[in-house]
Design a protein around this ligand. Structure first.
Ligand code: PLP
Length: 493
């Protein structure tokens, strides 16, 4: 039980939900150590809160731990970014994850796989994507003396499928095929990763099952139609559970740098093509490195894809932008790094949005793809080590940035990417003349046009939820934000 004890031993007591579960208790160095024994194998929504002197869990019946499996965990302490990451999963999954890790590293070292992937990225996805000099956006941010940074956009929106998601989806599906799996199982919120995975599976002749929440299905009906056209099944229960039920033949493909090891490393590796191209393109365009990299952060895959290549270039600032939604004060946001605290969710340790009892909080953003209560463990490490800088922008600021890029450059950025673009408002006035800023335009925003046109900022409702008569009920519901005194922020110590 050591892995779990590492955290639980700091607990002074068990929250009531834990006390109802079968557990053993031992004292270690004067501290309490609890071993929880639960029989279910459902992982989704499991969470352990670690840092408030209280151990509690979300949907505790969904979390599986037993003494044997945690002994295995102790032996497999890999996939760590500082204290973050790891493999907080049942024993059943450990051997599968170990095999996956093996196959992943073999594939990385296999010139044939690499060649096939490079060809797929080039001929199917359409890479490399341009590093585009946004001349009019650059001009927009010049001060009265004509001084200001130079802004470049990494055009991931030009990938087939409309976003960075395809880099990972194609590579994961190729790995699934190499491992002899016949079905790829995945989950999607914005629809982009589901779409990309369904397309990659069609190309490779694999079956595909995409899990999407009911609310997301209602918000993105066009993505659902496209996924169905690509021959994938769409279902609304949970992808990991499905995977566990057919582990011999199916392959779980995560959307982001989240999940137990090796997923965060794998997804980062498959997305790192973004940063590698940027390095080469920057060298060609101005003969040097970028000064500042900016990317939006949901789970963190487009950010890590851009940042990883530059992690040792100390002069390159790595800036991640999270969704402040209706405002951090409102509790309706997805700002995991800014407002969350440390816990275990989806098999990995990282910052999470959780309440004082470790219950996972609902994440909100005008951009579905950023509505993520957890964040990749490597980003948590970048935050704590101060190698990464993190900030937030609101729904309203992101919508304004979306419109600005449309007007100034004729480009529709995804609302997710619009968060990175919105941060330029804060960033640019602080930068010396000529600073080279690269913003990851992680996806295209045609999918978001209706939402942007319908968007009303929180304060325009005067505290009242608007009449819902225009067929966009779900959109309105998700865009409605309470006024500052209408909702209390969840308290954190
Ligand atoms: C275009 C786009 N950008 C960003 C994201 C956020 O994900 P991540 O933080 O993993 O890049 C998504 C998620 O679906 C997306 O579709």
């Amino acid at each position: 039980m050591r892995t779990v004890c590492n955290y639980l031993q700091y607990s002074t007591f068990l929250a009531p939900s834990w006390q109802n579960l079968p557990h053993t208790h031992a004292k270690k160095g004067g501290k309490s150590c609890y071993t929880i024994m639960v029989s279910s194998t459902k992982l989704t929504n499991a969470s352990i809160k670690v840092d408030k002197g209280v151990a509690s869990s979300t949907h505790m019946t969904n979390f599986t731990i037993n003494t044997t499996q945690t002994r295995t965990q102790t032996q497999t302490q890999t996939g760590r970014f500082g204290k973050y990451g790891g493999k907080y999963v049942p024993e059943l999954l450990i051997s599968c994850l170990n095999r996956l890790e093996d196959e992943f590293y073999k594939a990385l070292d296999d010139p044939e796989f690499q060649e096939e992937l490079a060809e797929g990225l080039r001929d199917y996805v359409g890479r490399e994507t341009p590093l585009y000099y946004a001349e009019r956006l650059t001009k927009y941010y010049k001060d009265v003396n004509g001084q200001g940074p130079e802004i470049y956009l990494k055009r991931e929106d030009l990938n087939y499928g409309g976003g960075h998601n395809m880099n990972n989806a194609l590579a994961q599906s190729m790995l699934a095929k190499r491992m002899g799996c016949t079905t790829v199982v995945t989950a999607t919120a914005a629809g982009q990763h589901g779409l990309a995975t369904a397309a990659a599976c069609a190309k490779l002749g694999l079956q595909c099952t995409v899990f999407m929440g009911q609310a997301d299905i209602e918000r993105r009906p066009s993505a659902v139609s496209l996924i169905e056209l690509l021959g994938a099944q769409e279902a609304s229960s949970e992808a990991i559970r499905e995977w566990v039920g057919s582990i011999e033949t199916s392959y779980y493909s995560p959307a982001s740098v989240i999940g137990p090891h090796p997923y965060p490393t794998m997804v980062r590796e498959f997305q790192s093509v973004i940063g590698k191209e940027v390095r080469r393109q920057a060298m060609e365009k101005w003969g040097g490195l970028p000064d500042v990299l900016v990317a939006c952060v949901g789970g963190g895959s487009n950010a890590m894809g851009l940042f990883h290549e530059f992690r040792h270039d100390e002069g390159v600032r790595l800036v991640g932008v999270e969704a402040a939604g209706c405002g951090l004060w409102s509790g309706k946001h997805s700002a995991t790094l800014a407002e969350g605290d440390v816990g275990v969710y989806h098999g990995t340790m990282s910052y999470l949005l959780q309440d004082d009892e470790g219950q996972i909080l609902h994440a909100h953003s005008v951009a579905n793809g950023l509505e993520c209560p957890g964040v990749g463990p490597e980003l948590s490490y970048l935050k704590d080590s101060s190698r990464g800088e993190f900030d937030t922008v609101t729904d309203e600021e992101a919508v304004e940035a979306y419109k600005r890029l449309c007007r100034l450059e004729g480009i529709f950025p995804a609302l997710e990417a619009s968060h990175a673009l919105a941060f330029l408002e804060k960033l640019c006035p602080t930068l010396p003349h000529g600073t080279k800023v690269v913003v990851n335009c992680s996806g295209r925003g045609d999918k978001d046009a209706a939402r942007v046109l319908q968007f009303k900022p929180a304060h325009s409702y005067d505290g009242q939820q608007p009449e819902q008569s225009n067929g966009y009920d779900q959109i309105w519901e998700n865009q409605y934000c309470p006024l500052p005194n209408a909702t209390k922020k969840i308290s954190r110590n």
